[in-house]
Design a binder for this molecule. Structure first.
Ligand code: SF4
Length: 348
């Protein structure tokens, strides 16, 4: 039975992974928790955090007759300053792919073109992209380039947890990234910010266990700690091979996040000899952008300052059929998950 305890301080728990967001929404977990527990979505949807400048850079590439863009489908509707790839593409200059290997296959099939793979994601997808870049550098094809917007998770989490405005009481760490980097990569959440953190799996039962574990800690029934409940997939030190690939191919750089701006050391970019495959160099792509004012509040949602139902556009002017922002476009986006599985007019 749902408890409604008055005068309780609101407890704010953030989940980071888009897959956790989906699991929470789909299971209805939000609605069986006491009213004073608020579950907030974080920055784990790669499409949602991709900066307008990146989309504009990709759109500008379409002015080259000999370029084909290879992209994950979620990126098509995301707007840059003014338009999206789906609005600007012509018949065969933007191709949807499901993996970096698909881009390799495409480049081999179309040797007369330069194929640019739009490489977005976190440390979850970065290793497979790194392995592909290494293979392409060594074995071709010569006509494949990578336009990267790869992000690192720990700088943005530090950015969010340092922000006095959002007051996160507990964190469900990104399980997929933790499986690559290792559970120890997220101990800082508890050690530096003195809040409880759990790593948990993606089934509804796993997430529920994680939330109740956090509540026990936050409400003083157990001591504040960092707990890995997903030991079957997340070791202490992570996947050594995946980390080695990332270390060889990428270096850290300041990264730009949609609606947030520059976050120090939050991007992974090609380094050393691999820069030869960087589309930014090949096509001299500028990072500059015009950011058009928008009523979309995705950035506040990503930072944990608001929930989707607190956006005035949600479910009225902004729906999956007519999305105003990336959080409604990507299936991993918080607004999309709330719309699909939540109760539009309710307050949770
Ligand atoms: S509901 Fe739409 S407009 Fe509001 S934050 Fe989400 S994506 Fe943006």
């Amino acid at each position: 039975m749902k408890m409604n305890l008055e005068n309780k301080k609101t407890i704010r728990i953030m989940e980071v992974c888009g897959t956790h967001t989906q699991a929470i929404s789909k299971s209805g977990l939000r609605y069986i928790l006491p009213d004073y527990v608020k579950l907030l979505s974080g920055p784990g949807c790669p499409v949602c955090v991709t900066h307008e400048a990146y989309i504009d850079g990709a759109i500008n590439l379409l002015s080259h007759d000999n370029v084909i863009l290879a992209t994950f489908g979620d990126m098509l509707k995301v707007k840059g300053a003014f338009s999206s790839l789906s609005e600007k593409k012509s018949k065969d200059n933007v191709i949807t792919v499901y993996s970096p290997e698909d881009a390799v296959t495409l480049a081999r099939k179309r040797p007369e073109k330069k194929v640019v793979f739009l490489a977005v994601g976190f440390e979850t997808t970065a290793p497979i992209i790194a392995a592909t870049i290494k293979d392409v550098y060594e074995n071709g094809p010569e006509n494949l380039f990578f336009l990267t917007a790869l992000k690192r998770m720990d700088p943005i989490l530090r950015f969010i947890l340092s922000d006095d405005r959002n007051k996160i009481d507990g964190l469900i760490c990104p399980g997929h990234v933790a499986s690559v980097l290792g559970g120890d990569a997220f101990r800082f959440v508890t050690e530096e910010f003195q809040i409880p953190a759990v790593i948990c799996g993606f089934e509804a039962e796993n997430v529920k266990k994680g939330v109740y574990n956090l509540l026990d800690q936050i409400e003083g029934r157990s001591s504040v700690s960092f707990i890995n409940l997903y030991r079957g997939c997340v070791s202490k030190s992570g996947n050594k091979l995946a980390k080695a690939f990332m270390g060889e191919i990428f270096q850290r750089e300041d990264g730009y996040w949609r609606g947030i701006g520059k976050v120090s050391n939050s991007a992974l970019v090609l380094k050393g000899k691999y820069k030869r495959l960087d589309a930014k160099n090949e096509f001299n792509i500028s990072e500059e952008t015009k950011v058009r004012p928008s009523p979309c509040q995705c950035s506040e949602i990503i930072l944990g300052l608001k929930a989707p139902y607190e956006c005035k556009q949600f479910g009225i002017y902004c729906t999956p059929e007519n999305p105003m922002g990336p959080c409604m476009i990507s299936s991993e986006g918080a607004c999309s998950a709330h719309y699909k599985y939540g109760r539009v007019s309710f307050d949770k």
